[in-house]
Design a protein around this ligand. Structure first.
Ligand SMILES: NC(=O)c1ccc[n+]([C@@H]2O[C@H](COP(=O)([O-])OP(=O)(O)OC[C@H]3O[C@@H](n4cnc5c(N)ncnc54)[C@H](O)[C@@H]3O)[C@@H](O)[C@H]2O)c1
Length: 367
């Protein structure tokens, strides 16, 4: 293992935002970038001073100097690219979701095990300030015994300008932002799911994936636990521009975020107390070279219609994701969102959509 982990960032839309973080991380070297269209490849390479540039992912994987890839390509490519990386002996980080089928999820979990390499699903929602704040409270026992968790990710993508593959996507196929925080806080796996579809999107959106629902809403039973949680997703023809949020209810305290746009989170305690809280930043947990990236973000400038709500760097998560991936490789351990964990979070959504398509049948999530 070289002194620094040599990383290649693959897919340079959203992915480009991670380049300067790897460049400054003390244990990483941003070695290469990869992107299919040469024009953008060279533009991004020049912008960040990255000399090694690949237009062909297979060629990138043949480069023995690449230790790790961070994949940010369109959703259908996540699973095949992650599998190819692990099978080529590279560590693999991939943006959400891990995959769109149960079979792909299981294959990646198997490939992680067989390769002995590190896999991480780069789930922004479990490194936001709000998440880290509640995680700290849970770890300190401040919530008491957890009683229920609720997650929602609503977005209205019925606007022109998104990559074509989005239109009509089953909402629960992109559910990890809503599922991940709940399962991570509970420290449990999802065991089974019941989901109902609600409403109907316009016919031209139904056609590509055969998914008619405007909203999908699920109840998830956790394994080895008395907990259940609730997950709601919407993507098209439902007016709520953006909300990524979760609520956690405990015997001592409860936490709710974000009911109304721009509202601060609320911590409830005792029988009458409710306090709006200023959630702190967690940049101090990171190496000093990348700590300030919790407050930076360039991606949203490209998607102006969501920028005012999503904020820079998805709640400050990006440098935390990079640090966890690089540290796990360096320390020879699994990541906090390893393949088995990512598979469970992703399959919860995939199985929820299956349940909705079957009128609410209970679906067991493969373990
Ligand atoms: N909060 C989050 O976690 C979050 C936020 C935004 C986007 N994302 C995810 O990031 C991914 C990328 O998002 P985007 O908006 O940049 O999408 P996009 O479709 O605009 O961009 C994907 C990029 O990958 C490149 N690409 C496609 N096929 C490739 C291949 N075979 N080899 C190399 N490069 C290839 C494309 O040229 C493009 O630059 C999506 O899967 C999306 O779900 C996650």
């Amino acid at each position: 293992m070289p002194q620094k982990i040599r990383v290649a960032v693959v897919g340079l839309g959203f992915g480009a935002e991670f380049i300067p973080i790897y460049q400054r991380h003390p244990d990483a070297e941003l070695y290469a970038v990869c992107q299919r269209s040469e024009e953008k490849l060279h533009a991004v390479g020049a912008q960040f001073g990255v000399e090694r540039r690949y237009a062909d992912y297979e060629e990138l994987l043949k480069d023995p100097n690449v230790d790790a890839v961070h994949i940010n390509t369109p959703i259908a490519a996540h699973a095949p690219m992650s599998l190819a990386a692990l099978r080529a002996g590279k560590h693999a980080a991939c943006t959400v979701p891990m995959a769109t089928t149960v079979d792909e999820c299981l294959q990646i979990a198997q490939a992680e095990r067989a390769s002995g390499k590190v896999y991480m699903m780069m789930e922004t929602a479990v490194y936001t300030r709000e998440f880290l704040y509640v995680q700290e409270m849970v770890q300190q026992g401040k919530l008491g015994k957890l009683q229920f968790l609720r997650g929602s990710h609503q977005q209205n993508m019925s606007l022109p300008g998104w990559p074509a593959y989005w239109y009509g996507m089953p909402p629960m196929h992109y559910a990890t932002h809503a599922v991940g925080p709940l399962l991570h806080l509970a420290g449990k796996r999802a065991e089974s799911v019941v989901c109902f579809g609600s409403g109907r999107i316009r016919d031209e959106y139904v056609q590509p994936y055969g998914s008619p629902f405007a909203v999908e809403s699920a109840l998830v039973k956790l394994g080895d636990s008395d907990l259940a949680c609730e997950v709601t997703r919407s993507l098209f023809d439902t007016i709520r521009q953006y909300r990524e949020s979760f609520d956690v209810y405990g015997t001592e305290r409860s936490f709710e975020w974000e009911q109304l746009i721009g509202d601060k989170a609320v911590v409830y305690s005792g029988f009458e107390d409710a306090e709006r809280v200023e959630v702190p930043d967690y940049g101090h947990r990171l190496p000093k070279e990348i700590g300030s990236f919790t407050k930076a973000g360039v991606y949203d400038e490209e998607h102006e219609h969501t920028s005012f709500i999503q904020g820079g760097g998805h709640g400050g998560s990006h440098p935390h994701l990079v640090h966890e991936f690089v540290s796990a490789i360096k320390e020879g351990r699994k990541t906090a969102v390893d393949a088995a964990t990512a598979a469970n979070w992703t399959m919860t959504g995939v199985c929820a959509h299956e349940s909705a398509m079957k009128g609410g049948e209970r679906i067991a999530i493969p373990q």
